[in-house]
Design a protein around this ligand. Structure first.
Ligand SMILES: Nc1ncnc2c1ncn2[C@@H]1O[C@H](COP(=O)(O)OP(=O)(O)OP(=O)(O)O)[C@@H](O)[C@H]1O
Length: 330
């Protein structure tokens, strides 16, 4: 089911947590709400769920205006960062809970729970209690429980937020596969740009209660609408005052630096600089530079192969040129 939010405003006292936010979330998509802490992601998600009311604005789910409807009437599955499982129920009974209170026939419940245990990879743990699961397994149980009642919409608020980096990465791959299987319209709140780029069909970038840009991950990374989006979706530095990505900077020993496939309109021009430090990052090498004219520090990211050819050393003078400006200042 598609979701539309139109003209959403929410204030807490003088503070605008949402400022005239409008967004369309296509049916079957996995859309991330991405932004720094306090940007209004959870407020927007909770408004879609009906857990918080808006001061003004409309929430439409599947063509129906649900702005005044209770959360129960919105047919939504919700998973939070700290999932409150029923401690005294087994994994299997936790997943079956929503179906039991809806008084579904036992055979239907058993079949559905078997399917979900398989999808979330917890079949062998079904007789365990939540306390006997790892954090990642518990979040998978939470997702299975939310999915059990066939919600039209799945809302996930930092569902992997409390887990360590490796488990988060595994779970987001798993979430992507799960979404490819079940296709339920999903909205994921995250402050982690790698997570958003990895799992989403679409990303909405929020900042101070406003949506800065909505688009496919590649659009946002390659064609950010403004410096905020550019910097939030990847690292950026300034060359000649222009915002660029470190991997778009070319370095050479003479000022004639070619622009391989570059667009002259997006070129920063050549900057004379001193190499301050060379850091080997595995496949890539970070070259920390000091602009001769301004003293500005900036870092370029070149491949290990390029560094093997150039042998850049601290203290030497080089020329740097970014072949693409990431975003223009407003
Ligand atoms: N009940 C409340 N009373 C007062 N202010 C609130 C309340 N709930 C949220 N806020 C404020 O509204 C702003 C947006 O909060 P929200 O939880 O939506 O941000 P977020 O982007 O989800 O942040 P985080 O990533 O830290 O969870 C914050 O500045 C927060 O302090």
């Amino acid at each position: 089911m598609s979701i539309s939010v139109i003209g959403a405003n929410k204030r807490y006292g003088d503070f605008a947590a949402l400022h005239d936010v409008s967004i369309d979330i296509p049916e079957g998509s996995l859309t991330s709400l991405l932004g720094p802490s306090g940007s209004g992601k959870s407020t927007l998600l909770r408004a879609i769920a009906g857990l918080d009311s808006l001061d003004s604005g409309t929430v439409i789910i599947n063509g129906n205006d649900v702005s005044a409807a209770s959360p129960q009437k919105r047919d939504i599955g919700f998973v939070f960062q700290h999932y409150a499982a029923f401690k005294h129920l087994t994994v299997r009974d936790n997943i079956a809970f929503g179906l039991k209170i809806r008084k579904r026939p036992k055979r239907e419940i058993d079949k559905k729970v078997d399917e979900l245990l398989d999808i979330v990879g917890l079949t062998v743990f079904q007789k365990r209690f939540p306390a006997q699961l790892s954090g990642g397994q518990r979040q998978r149980m939470a997702l299975a429980r939310a999915l059990a009642v066939d919600p039209q919409v799945l809302l996930l608020d930092e569902p992997f937020g409390a887990l360590d980096a490796k488990v988060r990465e595994d779970l987001r791959k798993w979430l992507r596969r799960l979404h490819d299987e079940v296709h339920v319209t999903t909205v994921l709140v995250t402050h982690d740009q790698a997570e958003a780029l990895d799992v989403s069909d679409r990303i909405a970038v929020l900042n101070q209660g406003r949506i800065e840009q909505v688009g496919a991950p590649d659009d946002l990374y390659d064609r950010p609408a403004n410096p905020f989006v550019a910097s939030f979706l990847g690292s950026t530095v300034r060359v000649n005052g222009e915002l660029v990505r470190p991997h778009d900077i070319r370095i050479g020993r003479n000022p004639e630096i070619a622009l391989p496939g570059g667009d002259a309109a997006l070129d920063t021009g050549v900057v004379k600089a001193t190499v301050a430090r060379v850091v080997n990052l595995g496949f890539e090498t970070r070259v920390e530079l000091l602009a001769a004219a301004t003293g500005d520090e900036f870092a370029a990211q070149i491949t290990r192969g390029d560094q093997n050819a150039l042998h850049l050393q601290p203290g030497e003078t080089v020329y740097a040129r970014a072949t693409k400006i990431a975003a223009f200042d407003r």
